[in-house]
Design a protein around this ligand. Structure first.
Ligand code: OGA
Ligand code: MN
Length: 303
């Protein structure tokens, strides 16, 4: 049975925190992210994120520079590689959705439609992503989140021991090919971009550097094989583990309202976008991305 295990994990926090679902997530009530936020509150937000992996702030109105300013409090920000989807005048904002300006698409239309963790195809993936719902369709376009701590902890002990010794190959190009397979209008991957993102290896289990809590770090979007296993055996184990991690009890579906800000820890959760009627509705989201580093990555190694 699933209980609100994370409901009791913030004793004495200076923030007003409420669990979002039995699977994961915490709503932070009463914090205006557009105003300067005092350091003790920022510290409390960091702690809440370390505990729950996903935070929601509702009713926000964030100009581009304000979103960058609040995001910076959590680390160095990173421009996304797709320059055509950087917000004009503020390249640290990645525009997502079917939004157009002067008849030209300015948002990435097909982001995140497979379960993934942002940038797991990089040697030092982004630690966090802050996604602001500027304009959200009234139906569809939910974003799903899976609790990778709970998924790890629910594995039988022998399986935890096994996965603790394994490493997965994460591949940007295979993910891209799968997306193209689903949406043939996507342009082919250029040699340049392919060369920019060679396959990388990550352990199947990483830990939160602050709390030491272990999470299953794989996702069906990018993780394609297991280094220590023959191709099909590894691929099957990955598929089984990913199926396990997206069982209903580990998943929260966020139905967006304008002004919602979600901030997630890419080590703690996998996520996935879902479709909406893009002929009827406009969707506009602004994402800032908190960069990883060699030091943060090293601190997430178990043992
Ligand atoms: C992302 C992402 C999915 C969505 O912003 O990283 O995967 O529903 N978004 O917009
Ligand atoms: Mn994503």
């Amino acid at each position: 049975m699933t209980v609100l295990a994370h409901a009791a994990v913030h004793p004495g926090s200076v923030l007003d925190l409420h669990p979002l679902s039995s699977a994961l997530g915490t709503e932070v009530v009463g914090l205006d992210l557009s105003k300067p936020v005092a350091e003790p509150l920022i510290e409390a937000v960091r702690m809440a994120l370390d505990e729950s992996g996903l935070l929601l702030f509702r009713g926000q109105r964030l100009k581009a520079d304000a979103q960058v300013a609040i995001s910076r409090r959590f680390g160095r920000l990173q421009e996304v590689a797709q320059k055509q989807y950087q917000l004009k005048g503020q390249p640290l904002i990645y525009v997502i959705g079917n939004v157009e300006e002067d008849g030209r698409p300015i948002g990435d239309p097909s982001v995140g439609r497979l379960w993934h963790s942002d940038q797991s195809f990089l040697p030092h993936p982004a630690i966090g992503s802050l996604l602001y719902g500027v304009q959200c369709p009234p139906e569809g376009a939910a974003t799903l989140f899976a609790n990778m701590y709970a998924a790890y902890e629910a594995l039988p002990p022998q399986m935890r021991t096994l996965v603790g010794r394994l490493h997965a190959v994460h591949s940007f190009s295979e993910y891209y090919e799968e997306l193209r397979h689903r949406d043939p209008t996507q342009p082919a991957l250029t040699q340049e971009r392919r060369a920019l993102y060679p396959d990388v290896i990550h352990p199947l289990v990483r830990q939160n550097p602050q709390t030491g809590r272990k999470a299953l770090y794989i996702n069906p979007g990018y993780a394609v094989s297991i280094q220590e296993m023959p191709g099909t055996t590894g691929a099957r184990l990955l598929r089984d583990l990913c199926d396990h991690a997206t069982r209903e009890e580990f998943v929260y579906a966020h139905r967006w309202q304008d002004g919602d800000v979600l901030f997630w820890d890419n080590l703690a959760v996998n996520h996935k976008g879902t479709s909406f009627d893009s002929a009827r509705y406009v969707r506009r989201m602004h994402r800032t991305t908190v960069a990883g580093s060699a030091a943060i990555y090293a601190a997430s190694m178990v043992g």
